[in-house]
Design a protein around this ligand. Structure first.
Ligand code: ADP
Ligand code: MG
Length: 696
C-alpha cells in the first residue's frame, strides 16, 4: 500500500494542484473567490476549466459531471463528455468555463415538494468553488448547488451555504464588539463520525428485508451475543481489515482525511472518523464516504448497512456531528482561552449555543427525524429524543457561579464578573464525557449525536448554523446599542444562562427520571417523526429561516412535504416487504415444519402405543397455535395496507403509517420471531441474526 501522503488528495483538484496548473493571476482570483466568497469572473472560470480538463485528461478522464445533493439525501450526477467533435471527423477534448460554473440536469425525477410546479420546471446546478473538484470512477466531479430558475433551492447544499453565510455575518458582528477587527469571516467546521455495519454479501442476498428496506424486519435475538462475539471476532478480522485499508485509501485519494476503526459497541459494527473541515466540504465528504463504504464493501464480498437500526435489539448506527466555528485568522471560537477578555468572548459564544439549542430544540429534533432514526431516538439507546446539553462538571460549575454571582468552587477569586477573571483550563480529555447526551460540549466543540447514520449532515448543520446565528444576532443588536460594553456583556450572559439553563443536563439521558425531570423543565419530548415534523412549519421557525434568508417560506413548506412523503414511502415499502416475507416465506416454512412434526408423531404412534409422544405433541400444539396466530396477523397487516388512503394528504398519510401500519407490522413480527425459535433450523427460510452478525 502506498504511503498516505503520496495518495492523499491525488484525485483532487486542490490548492496545490491549482497552484501548479493555473497561471498566477488566475490562481489568485480563484483563491479570492474561495476565501472571501467573491464573484468569479467568467474569464477566470474559462482558464480554470481548461486547466481542470488538462489535469483530469492526464489521468485518463474523459467525462465530467456536476455533482449535487438533491433532497433525496443522496447525491446525483449526470455524466457529460469532454469530447467535442470537430469538422472533418476530428475530436478534441474541451471543457468551457460555462460548463464548469453551470449545468442543467434533468430535474424532473428529483423530489421538490411541489416547488417545480409552482416555479420553473427546470433547475440548474452552480459550481461551489469552496469544495474542490475531484475524480471519482474516472469522472471529473464538480461539486455544485442545485436551484430552480426561480431561485428556489432544490438541494441540501444551497441552504447550507446560506446558513454558513448568516452565521459568519452575525459572528463577525460580535467579534468586532470585542475589537477583533481582523475577523472578516467565520466558518463553521464539522467532523462527522460515521457508524455502519458490515455483513456477508451472500447472506444479505437471502434476505428481502435487507435488500428492499436496508434493515431486518424479522429476527429473534441471538442467544448470548457477547460470548459469540468473543468467539467470532478473531476470525472476521482479516476481511474487515482489508476492507478498512482499501476504504481509507479510496477516501484519501478523494481528499477525505478518514480513519476507519473497529467499534466494539455492537458485533459487526464499525466507525469512521474524518478530520474536521469546513461544513459544506464536510457534507460533501460524508456523502462520498457513505458511497465509498458501499462500493468497497462489494469488492470484499460484504455489504455495508447504513440504516439506523439494521437489527432490533442490537445497538443502532448514528452520526456524531462535531461542530465549531473558526475565524479567518484560524481562531476556534469554542476554544476556552486563558486570558480574561478572551474568556468572556468564549463565554458569549458558548451562551449563544446554549440559548440556540434551548430556543430551537424542536428544529434540532426535526433535523434528525426519519423513519429509520425513530428506532434509535427515545428507544433506550443513544441518544434520547429529548434534546438537552452536556457541558461537563467544570464548565457547569462556572456557569452556576456566573449565574448566581457566587464564588466558583475550586477557583480562588470570589468575583465571577465576566471579563475580569481568568477561566481555569478545561479538561479536554475524553474521561469527562457523557455519552448519553444529545448535544455535548467536548472541550473545544459541540458534538450533536442524534443524527441517523444514513442521513445527509446538511440539514442538521443548516439548523445549527442558523439557530446560533439567531442568538448572535440578538446579542449583537443588544451589545452594539449598549452604552457600556463590559457591563452589558456581563448582564447579558447572566440573564441568558438563567433563562436557558434548563437545557443543561449532565445526568443519565436514558433514565426514566430524566424523562420526568425534562417534562418538569418544559423540554420537548418528540417521540417520532410524525410528532416532530409539524414543528418545522411553526410560525416561530418559519420566521427564523426567512429572517436569515436560509429558506423561503415556500422552501420550508416544500421540505416539510418531502419529509412527510418520504416517511410514508419508507414505511409503505417496509410493510409490503414484511407482508411478502411473512406470507410467502415464514408461514410456509412454519407449516412445513409443523407437517413434518405431525407426520413424525403419526409414525411414532403407528409404530407402537407404548412410546412416549409428549414432546411431539407439545411442539405441535405450540406450532399450530403460532401458525394460526401468524396467519391472522398477516391478514390484519394486509388489511391495514389495503386500507391505506391514497388520496390522503402528506401528513395524514404519515400519521396512518405511524398509527396503523407500524403496530400491524410489529404484531406480525412478534409471532414470526417466536416461530423462529421453534421451527427447525434447516426449515427457516433465511439467515438469522446469529448468522448475519457473527458470520463475516
Ligand atoms: P470521539 O469518538 O471520542 O467522539 P473522535 O476523535 O473519534 O472522538 O472524533 C472527534 C471528531 O471531532 C473528529 O472527526 C474530529 O475531526 C472532530 N473535531 C475536532 N475538532 C473539531 C472542531 N474544532 N470542529 C469540528 N470538528 C472537530
Ligand atoms: Mg463521538
Amino acid at each position: 500500500m502506498a504511503h498516505m501522503d503520496e495518495i492523499f488528495g491525488s484525485n483532487v483538484f486542490n490548492d496545490a494542484v491549482m497552484q501548479q496548473h493555473l497561471p498566477k493571476d488566475t490562481y489568485k482570483a480563484l483563491k479570492k473567490t474561495i476565501d472571501e466568497g467573491r464573484h468569479l469572473d467568467p474569464q477566470v472560470a474559462a482558464v480554470v476549466a481548461h486547466a481542470m480538463k488538462d489535469w483530469a485528461a492526464e489521468k485518463g478522464v474523459t467525462h465530467f459531471t456536476h455533482w449535487f445533493q438533491p433532497m433525496t439525501g443522496i447525491t446525483a450526477e449526470k455524466h457529460d463528455s469532454f469530447l467535442n467533435p470537430q469538422p472533418g471527423g476530428k475530436m478534441i477534448l474541451s471543457f468551457s468555463g460555462k460548463e464548469l460554473v453551470r449545468g442543467e440536469p434533468d430535474a424532473s425525477s428529483f423530489p421538490s415538494g411541489g416547488l417545480r410546479s409552482t416555479f420553473e420546471a427546470r433547475g440548474y446546478t452552480a459550481w461551489d468553488p469552496t469544495s474542490y473538484a475531484f475524480i471519482k470512477d474516472n469522472v471529473l466531479c464538480i461539486p455544485t448547488a442545485f436551484c430552480s430558475y426561480g431561485g428556489e433551492a432544490l438541494d441540501q447544499k444551497t441552504p447550507l451555504l446560506r446558513s454558513m453565510e448568516t452565521l459568519s455575518k452575525q459572528a463577525v458582528r460580535v467579534l468586532h464588539l470585542f475589537g477583533r477587527m481582523d475577523s472578516v469571516r467565520v466558518t463553521p467546521t464539522v467532523g462527522p463520525e460515521q457508524e455502519y455495519f458490515l455483513i456477508d454479501r451472500e447472506l444479505y442476498e437471502k434476505r428481502r428485508d435487507l435488500i428492499f428496506t436496508g434493515r431486518t424486519l424479522y429476527g429473534a435475538k441471538p442467544p448470548k451475543g457477547q460470548e459469540l462475539e468473543d468467539h467470532y471476532f478473531g476470525a472476521i478480522k482479516p476481511r474487515i481489515q482489508a476492507f478498512m485499508s482499501e476504504l481509507d485509501e479510496e477516501l484519501w485519494k478523494l481528499g477525505v482525511a478518514a480513519k476507519t476503526e473497529h467499534n466494539e459497541v455492537a458485533p459487526a459494527q464499525h466507525e469512521l472518523a474524518p478530520v474536521f473541515t469546513i461544513t459544506n466540504v464536510a457534507a460533501d465528504h460524508n456523502q462520498l464516504t457513505m458511497e465509498m463504504m458501499k462500493k468497497v464493501a462489494q469488492r470484499h464480498g460484504l455489504v455495508c448497512l447504513l440504516h439506523e437500526k439494521p437489527f432490533a435489539g442490537v445497538n443502532g448506527s448514528g452520526k456524531h456531528n462535531n461542530w465549531s466555528m473558526v475565524t479567518n485568522t484560524g481562531y476556534n471560537l469554542l476554544d476556552p482561552s486563558d486570558t480574561p477578555y478572551e474568556s468572556s468572548q468564549f463565554l458569549l459564544f458558548l451562551t449563544a449555543v446554549i440559548k440556540a439549542v434551548d430556543d430551537y430544540q424542536d428544529l434540532l429534533r426535526v433535523s434528525v427525524a426519519s423513519a429509520g432514526n425513530d428506532h434509535r431516538l427515545g428507544a433506550n439507546e443513544a441518544p434520547p429524543a429529548i434534546i438537552s446539553m452536556f457541558v461537563g462538571e467544570e464548565l457547569g460549575e462556572i456557569l452556576d457561579a456566573i449565574e448566581s454571582g457566587s464564588a466558583y468552587m475550586g477557583h480562588e477569586h470570589s468575583d465571577m464578573t465576566v471579563g475580569v477573571h481568568v477561566l481555569p483550563k478545561f479538561p479536554k480529555d475524553n474521561t469527562d464525557r457523557n455519552r448519553t447526551s444529545p448535544f455535548a460540549f467536548t472541550g473545544n466543540k459541540f458534538e450533536f449525536r442524534s443524527l441517523g447514520s444514513s442521513a445527509s449532515i446538511s440539514e442538521t448543520n443548516v439548523v445549527i448554523n442558523t439557530i446560533v446565528a439567531e442568538s448572535l444576532r440578538q446579542f449583537a443588536d443588544e451589545l452594539e446599542a449598549a452604552p457600556d460594553f463590559k457591563t452589558a456583556l456581563h448582564e447579558l450572559i447572566v440573564r441568558e444562562i438563567r433563562a436557558h439553563k434548563r437545557i443543561i443536563f449532565n445526568g443519565n439521558g436514558y433514565s426514566e427520571e430524566w424523562v420526568k425531570e425534562a417534562e418538569k423543565r418544559g423540554l420537548l419530548n418528540l417521540h417520532s417523526t410524525v410528532d416532530a415534523l409539524p414543528y418545522m412549519v411553526s410560525e416561530k421557525n418559519i420566521k427564523l429561516f426567512t429572517t436569515h434568508k436560509v429558506y423561503s417560506e415556500t422552501e420550508i413548506r416544500s421540505r416539510y412535504e418531502i419529509k412527510l412523503e418520504e416517511y410514508a414511502k419508507v414505511l409503505n415499502i417496509e410493510a409490503e416487504t414484511a407482508l411478502m416475507m411473512a406470507q410467502r416465506e415464514i408461514l410456509p416454512a412454519a407449516m412445513k415444519y409443523s407437517a413434518a412434526v405431525a407426520s413424525q408423531l403419526k409414525a411414532l404412534k403407528d409404530a407402537s402405543s407404548a412410546v412416549s409422544t409428549s414432546a411431539e405433541e407439545k411442539l405441535l400444539a405450540k406450532l399450530s397455535c403460532n401458525v394460526s396466530l401468524l396467519s391472522d396477523r398477516i391478514d390484519e397487516l394486509q388489511a391495514a395496507i389495503v386500507n391505506t388512503n391514497h388520496e390522503a394528504d402528506a401528513k395524514e398519510a404519515a400519521v396512518y403509517e405511524h398509527d396503523v401500519i407500524i403496530p400491524a407490522m410489529n404484531a406480525v413480527r412478534v409471532v414470526a420471531d417466536e416461530l423462529e425459535t421453534q421451527v427447525g433450523r434447516s426449515y427457516w427460510p433465511f439467515p438469522t441474526y446469529a448468522d448475519l452478525l457473527f458470520n463475516v
